[in-house]
Ligand binder design. Structure first.
Ligand code: F0G
Length: 472
């Protein structure tokens, strides 16, 4: 807006949720009680909750109003058609199944695509590998639960917090094609393009890269699924950074983006701003058989396929949220807020991944070099940040990555990051200033922060429920 230093919140706040302030002594007791795991804290005891942007943001008045229009019919609900029409208009995809959230979509398409490849191409279940620029943890989880190896093929600069690049979320195309040839194309049931690439720091993927991935996939007749939680943020980065798209609207970029996949799976709790909701959609009739199989699975796992896991009102809310996500000034403000936080942290010497879409990713490995990766520096930083300021953040590092199920060895982790995830339209610039000030305190005491070891380590997705203690 007219070259002001900051675009302030392009909305007015009309409903507020009071939060409790606490003392450092209180928080120290709480985090110890929670087994040094911020996931196990009560939200009541958190002052600024940056655990996730998933289902935690504000919704718009139009979304709220749409909720009242729900048709709660068990089948063929009017609200289902409102949602399917929005999907058709925004992504140009013909076939829609609502799901309760992103992982609801994953539990449908992953087993179906594996079975299809087995039937049609003779896939060998002992050798199957799926590829992504980076699997989100539940997507990786569903892939592994179906006994398929999940392989990330990201560009070299993706996790290098000392370099800047426009599209750190891109696939390494050579690695992708080599990988396919190594395992044999028949053993690759699907490729997942994750936009933005959450695990690499909310980094965008260019249209050129998505198009090249799709071309490779078509060469070997492998379906591409767009993991779409942050489709609008990705489109905004394309508009700002990719040559040729500066004059395109977010809507047009989104339509172009979705040409380069066969299906989309979406956690609608992010860009689409709903508290709960997801989508599984297919481009056209070429995916009709997969769509039909997913519908059948949907009945037993999510609900009848015209409501998936969602009530009618929730489908109406999502149909509106899908459009609201693409507001130009909204995206400018949101990405600007992340940039403000990242540059504030860097100005006090806290190294971050270059600003991405939904979060600041602090390089905890650099801030706490005395803590080895098997004592989880980013998780230790999360606990300290909570103690110092009541801020809850989440580790994206060795703890989350976990162990190789075959060998039991810790997977080597490309970077020890702490994610400060910003819910949409929820926190202001004052909150960002407070976070930066808290980091100043943490940094001044950095050498006294201790590493952590498990007192309880779950076998899968351990970061959610693990308990730990400080290493002496
Ligand atoms: N894909 C991506 C890229 C995600 O970021 C998420 C969730 C999912 C799939 C799964 O969707 O939670 O609706 O079942 N990410 C959240 C996060 C949880 O905090 O980044 P879900």
């Amino acid at each position: 807006m007219d070259n002001y230093k900051h675009l302030p919140e392009p909305f007015r706040v009309r409903v507020v949720e009071p939060v409790k302030t606490t003392t450092e002594e209180y928080r120290k007791e709480k985090i110890e009680k929670a087994g040094m795991n911020p996931f196990l804290l009560d939200s009541e005891d958190v002052f600024i909750d940056l655990l996730t942007d998933s289902g935690t943001g504000a919704i718009t008045q139009s979304m709220q109003a749409a909720m009242l229009m729900g048709d709660e019919a068990y089948s063929g609900s009017r609200s289902y058609y409102a949602l399917a029409n929005a999907v058709k208009k925004i992504f140009d995809y013909d076939l829609t199944i609502p799901t309760h959230q992103g992982r609801g979509a994953e539990q449908l398409y992953i087993p179906v695509l594996i079975a299809k490849r087995e039937k049609e191409k003779g896939l060998d279940r002992d050798k199957m590998v799926a590829f992504s620029n980076y699997f989100f943890d539940t997507t990786q989880g569903h892939t592994q639960v179906n006994c398929c190896v999940a392989k990330n093929v990201y560009v070299e600069e993706a996790f290098d917090t000392s370099t800047h690049a426009d599209f750190k979320g891109n696939f390494d195309l050579d690695k992708l094609e080599q990988g396919i040839l190594e395992v044999g194309p028949k053993n690759v049931p699907y490729i997942i393009s994750t936009i933005t690439c959450n695990s690499a720091g909310g980094q965008p993927v260019s249209i050129a890269n998505l198009k090249a991935v799709y071309e490779i996939a078509q060469r070997y007749d492998i379906p591409v699924i767009m993991d779409s939680a942050r489709y609008a943020e990705n489109a905004y980065f394309i508009q700002q950074r990719e040559p040729g798209y500066q004059d395109w609207s977010i809507e047009d970029i989104t339509l172009e983006t979705y040409k380069y996949a066969d299906a989309l799976a979406m956690s609608a709790k992010k860009d689409a701003m709903v508290q709960m909701g997801g989508l599984m959609c297919f481009k056209n009739e070429s995916m009709f058989e997969v769509y039909t199989e997913c519908r059948t699975l949907c009945v037993v796992q999510e609900g009848f396929p015209t409501y998936g896991g969602l009530e009618g009102g929730a489908m109406e809310r999502l149909a509106v949220g899908l459009y609201e996500a693409m507001r130009q000034e909204w995206l400018e403000y949101r990405i600007g807020q992340i940039e403000y936080l990242v540059s504030g942290l860097e100005s006090i010497g806290v190294v971050c991944q270059q600003a991405g879409g939904h979060a600041a990713f602090v390089d905890a490995g650099k801030l706490l070099p005395h803590i080895p990766s098997d004592q989880f520096p980013a998780h230790a930083l999360a606990c300290e940040l909570y103690k110092v300021a009541g801020i809850r953040a989440v580790e994206i590092g060795s703890m989350l990555l976990g162990r190789d199920p075959a060998t039991g060895k810790q997977h080597p982790c490309p970077a020890e990051l702490l994610r400060l995830t910003i819910p949409r339209a929820t926190y202001t610039q004052t909150h960002m200033d407070f976070v930066i000030e808290a980091f100043e305190r943490v940094k001044n005491n950095a050498e006294n922060i201790k590493g952590l070891e498990f007192t309880y380590e779950p076998k899968v997705l351990r970061h959610f429920t693990a308990r730990l203690k400080e290493v002496n």
